[in-house]
Design a protein around this ligand. Structure first.
Ligand code: SAM
Ligand code: SF4
Length: 338
């Protein structure tokens, strides 16, 4: 098991398949892009599958989410999914994507064993999309979403970040559209994870603002007891159901005490938290000779599992966002894997 000193157990693994992206969302990346990881530093497809196998068979991981950067840019994606689907026990598998290219790959991903997708879309207006992402690809995302739904990668969830002055007036329109198209909409509060360090707490649209705006048009009833467990999204039933809307209030209502995640970057570093400032290298161990007898380089499955467990044991209590000494991590969201 992956357990930390606060008794939290990680069962959900986020795997970043690449740090590259074909969009430049303003809350994530600068216009000119970033210095991408060098190819030799990236985990190979075999290395990724091996780490997922160790996580599933030795460390109690039951859910795997592939992300990035833009995971559809990884040429081996379908093969990775296919091989992970053959693991015993078989993990639940999903993908977080900007949707560009999903029209082409949705069927193949479903056939390979992917269970479902989260597609990021912040606006229904092509011109606002172009301003927010700095690319004119709105239509591709809408087509990708439809293809995912038609391929049965359901429930299709849509991730939306609202930015002041750009799309913060769109929450009710987005919800009406999601209900009509059978997508589950989830708003994510903007977090300080952009490469440009442009996040300001004062400027961000909060969960409270989002709910207030939605309630101008919809009746929202909190789902269940208001206990969200380890699920980051708090969910509301829309107009009596059956549709739901989620809000992930990472900043104003953090869920660190129930966190069940562990993360792997595209270059093989374990991160215990999005906001962690420390990482643990698994790639070095992966590339070391198995059991070479020196005790210094041991790349066996057991040694890798041990390193991962040790990293988890050191997981901090929370993101530290509310601490005056909070430091934004060096890696931006696109390089961590959101
Ligand atoms: N490229 C894929 C995508 O956009 O879905 C996967 C990676 S992206 C980093 C994962 C999610 O993180 C997206 O839903 C995106 O909107 C969200 N995200 C990126 N930067 C963020 C930030 N600063 N605050 C909150 N969410 C952010
Ligand atoms: Fe790319 Fe996703 Fe970041 Fe947008 S949020 S720039 S799509 S990695």
């Amino acid at each position: 098991m992956l357990i930390d000193t606060y008794g939290r157990v990680a069962t959900d693994l986020r795997v970043s398949l690449t740090d590259r992206c074909n969009l430049r969302c303003t809350y994530c990346m600068p216009e000119e892009g970033l210095q991408w990881l060098a190819k030799p530093d990236l985990l190979t497809d075999d290395e990724i599958v091996r780490l997922v196998r160790i996580a599933v068979t030795q460390l109690g991981i039951t859910e795997v989410r592939f992300t990035g950067g833009e995971p559809l840019l990884r040429p081996g994606l379908v093969g990775i999914v296919e091989r992970c689907a053959q693991l015993e026990p078989r993990p639940k598998m999903s993908l977080t994507t900007n949707g560009i290219g999903l029209k082409r790959t949705a069927q193949a991903l479903k056939a390979a064993g992917l269970d479902r997708v989260n597609v990021s879309l912040d606006t229904l207006r092509p011109d606002v999309f172009k301003t927010l992402t700095r690319r004119d690809r709105h239509k591709d995302v809408l087509e990708g979403l439809e293809a995912a739904r038609d391929a049965g990668l359901t429930p299709v969830k849509v991730n939306t970040v609202l930015m002041p002055g750009l799309n913060d007036d769109e929450a009710p329109d987005l919800l009406a559209w999601a209900v009509e198209n059978d997508y589950e909409l989830r708003f994510i509060e903007q977090m300080p994870l952009d490469a440009q360090h442009g996040w300001k707490r004062d400027g961000m649209i909060t969960a409270g603002d989002i709910l207030h705006s939605l309630r101008t048009r919809f009746e929202l009833t909190e789902e269940g007891t208001g206990e969200r467990g380890s699920a980051p999204a708090e969910r509301w039933i829309v107009d009596g159901g059956p549709h739901r809307v989620g809000v992930i209030a990472s900043v104003t209502r953090p869920f660190c005490s129930a966190c069940d995640r562990t993360r792997l970057t595209a270059d093989g570093q374990v991160r215990t938290c999005l906001f962690a400032t420390e990482e643990t290298d698994l790639r070095g161990a992966l590339r070391a000779a198995p059991e070479d007898g020196t005790g210094t380089a041991d790349g066996s499955d057991e040694a890798i599992a041990r390193i991962w467990k040790r990293a988890m044991w050191g997981k901090k209590a929370g993101s530290g966002l509310d601490d005056p000494s909070f430091l934004q991590p060096d890696r931006p969201m696109s390089a961590i894997g959101g």
